[in-house]
Design a binder for this molecule. Structure first.
Ligand code: IYR
Length: 250
């Protein structure tokens, strides 16, 4: 027998933390059990939709320099988040929360938290090779875009949920589900003519969660800066891999 071997976790998925759930006598699904309905396909008015979609998203770049004066209507952001909320999720748990920050003081507080942590990240926590690999992107711990961008969207994954009776509900694959929703959000923002920057601020999650008064079941996954690019906005000279390098046909 190997004494180091950990007891097998029965209920968890790859990499997912298990949660304490009160056991009950009779198991009930979290969703209501109802007869299935006939499927009605969504509309697609464009027969060359895929090519047009590719042309749309191939123009997306991560930008770090935003126009502060032009503020997109909140209704555009709302539609983009509605789109993100159509993402598939484990057992249809929809384990995401999108916090939209427009308030300057809140943005300032977010920036202070992030810059303080990023200073330590760049100088101590990140491997020197990591810092070196980022040199072509010209990033550092100063994050002006966090106060300049008209909107910040903080995407939280809900590691578990609460049912109406207050019991904990398992949120299977909450990280991948929320990441897929984040990808749809990026595409929707691009379709709305908005630029974005994905950041995953190392070690800032708990402080940002507290700042926004989010409950403990929520963990910060992505912090997005959203807006129009500054007139003089520059981006790294990058190429994308060709199809033959990313697709393998069988
Ligand atoms: N989070 C840091 C560092 C950073 C890390 C990666 I990986 C990037 O692609 C870009 C930046 C920052 O935002 O500066």
């Amino acid at each position: 027998k190997n004494p180091k071997r950990k007891p097998q976790k029965k209920y968890t998925l790859d990499n997912e933390e298990d949660i304490e759930v009160e056991e009950t006598d009779e198991l009930q699904p979290a969703l209501e059990e109802k007869p299935h309905l006939p499927f009605v396909a969504g509309i697609n008015l464009n027969p060359n939709g895929a090519e047009r979609f590719y042309r749309l998203v191939q123009g997306r770049r991560s930008i770090r320099s935003f126009r502060s004066q032009s503020i997109p209507d909140l209704s555009i952001i709302e539609d983009c988040i509605r789109a993100a909320g159509t993402a598939p999720s484990g057992a249809h748990t929809e384990p995401w929360t999108f916090c939209v920050v427009e308030n300057s003081e809140v943005k300032q507080s977010i920036r202070e938290i992030v810059e303080q942590e990023e200073l330590m990240n760049y100088s101590q926590r990140m491997h020197p090779q990591w810092v070196t690999d980022l040199r072509p992107l010209q990033t550092n711990h100063i994050k002006e875009y966090l106060t300049v961008a008209p909107y910040l969207i903080l995407i939280f994954k809900q590691t578990y949920g609460l049912s109406p009776d207050g019991r904990r509900k398992r949120h299977y694959y909450n990280e991948i589900s929320t990441s897929i929703a984040g990808g749809i959000l990026l595409c929707a923002l691009q379709a709305a003519g908005l630029a974005s920057l994905v950041t995953t601020p190392l070690n800032c999650g708990p402080a940002l969660r507290t700042l926004l008064q989010r409950p403990v079941n929520e963990k910060l996954l992505i912090l997005l800066a959203v807006g129009y690019p500054a007139e003089d906005c520059k981006v790294p000279d990058l190429q994308r891999k060709e199809l033959s390098k990313i697709m393998v046909k069988y």
